[in-house]
Design a protein around this ligand. Structure first.
Ligand code: NAP
Length: 325
């Protein structure tokens, strides 16, 4: 696995990030240990978690498992979600974030968080309050970089412009859902992240396992795991995309999961956050690092999975002038 930089920062991370949402839930401690060992053995150094994952157990288990390796790895975590019953036990408010970061540091058993992400946009807290709090956390050394997750394009733009005007450290990364069956962020959110030099951490790059090819069109996924309802609601375009992924995998003698992850790896500044409930599931996703998709395969996958570009996105071209990225 190669090392790359997170966006325009000097922070070197592995080209795949390991998502730990399953730790302490679908993956018990021993299984989590085997997943981390498999990822580390392949050269992985980048880990994503959140305070809300499995009620804090994900952070605790990750901290325990990384142990003495802390200096050799990069940890991203998040705050916003409810960690208690009260109105101040959630949100991007100063009161909540100041406490949340200390709780995450304690659970992760570390003195610093490499990337601290706002898990969601918070319409209940003035953004200036959130941004000045994040700046204080950076200045205190508890947090090295800040990022956002699930934000819209205008929210990113507003946040970064305000940080710039105040002389604060800017958001360096965006964590959106992004895969061959969820590309709507390409319309608005990704251009905002790119314009601000932010790295992109793609969550659910396999669409929670759908792109491994383990589900079949026309057959209910009921009783087949955590995402059955979501798979049963998959639009036809998703199944057509899966067919194209399977075709590409067959011709490349690869697993569909490797093709799906490789498609993301080919995009500039995108780091897939791969998840697993068992260590052997990583075999297919890690193989993506050795798979280079040719231009024609990428074009076929791009075409079949393209999001609908209605108004005003279809007003982009200027007739009589060459396109400019
Ligand atoms: N920021 C956010 O709001 C947000 C939201 C969600 C996730 N995330 C982050 O993204 C990470 C990854 O999300 P994700 O788990 O949805 O990612 P994913 O890589 O799309 O899906 C991983 C899941 O797919 C299944 N799978 C993976 N490889 C497989 C294989 N070879 N064969 C069969 N099944 C396989 C497993 O689920 P089963 O075995 O249960 O089917 C596994 O847990 C999370 O851990 C978290 O760090 C962030």
């Amino acid at each position: 696995m190669q090392q790359v930089y997170l966006g325009t920062t000097g922070l070197a991370v592995s080209e795949l990030c390991l998502g730990t949402m399953t730790f302490g839930g679908a993956a018990d401690r021993d299984t989590s240990r085997a997943i981390v060992e498999r990822f580390r053995a392949a050269g992985g150094t980048f880990f994503d978690t959140a305070d809300v994952y499995t009620g804090g157990r994900s952070e605790t288990i990750l901290g325990e498992l990384l142990g003495d390796d802390r200096d050799d790895v990069v940890i991203a975590t998040k705050a916003f979600g409810a960690m208690g019953e009260g109105p101040n036990d959630r949100s991007n408010s100063r009161r909540h974030l100041v406490r949340a970061v200390d709780e995450s540091l304690r659970r992760l058993d570390t003195d610093w968080i490499d990337l601290y992400q706002l898990h969601r946009w918070d319409p209940t807290t003035p953004i200036d309050e959130t941004l000045s709090t994040l700046e204080d956390l950076v200045r205190s050394g508890k947090v090295l970089h800040v990022g956002v997750s699930n934000w819209l394009g205008w929210q990113i733009e507003r946040g970064v412009r305000l940080q710039e005007a105040a002389g604060y450290d800017r958001f360096v990364a965006l964590q959106p859902q992004y895969s061959l069956v969820e590309r709507r962020i390409e319309l608005e959110t990704l251009p905002a992240a790119a314009a601000n030099g932010m790295g992109v951490l793609a969550w659910s790059p396999l669409a929670a396992g759908f792109l491994t090819g383990k589900y079949e069109r026309g057959q209910s996924a009921e009783g087949q795991g955590r995402f059955a309802e979501w798979v049963d609601g998959m639009p036809e375009q998703g199944w057509d995309t899966l067919d194209a992924v399977r075709d590409a995998a067959k011709s490349l003698d690869a697993e569909p999961a490797a093709v799906a992850i490789s498609w993301l790896l080919a995009k500039p500044d995108v780091i897939p956050i791969v998840g697993a409930t068992r260590p052997d599931q990583l075999d297919a996703t890690l193989a993506a690092c050795d798979l280079d998709l040719d231009g024609e395969t990428v074009r076929v996958l791009d075409d079949v999975s393209a999001p609908d570009r209605g108004y005003p996105y279809d007003f982009g071209a200027v007739e009589g002038r060459p396109p400019r990225d």
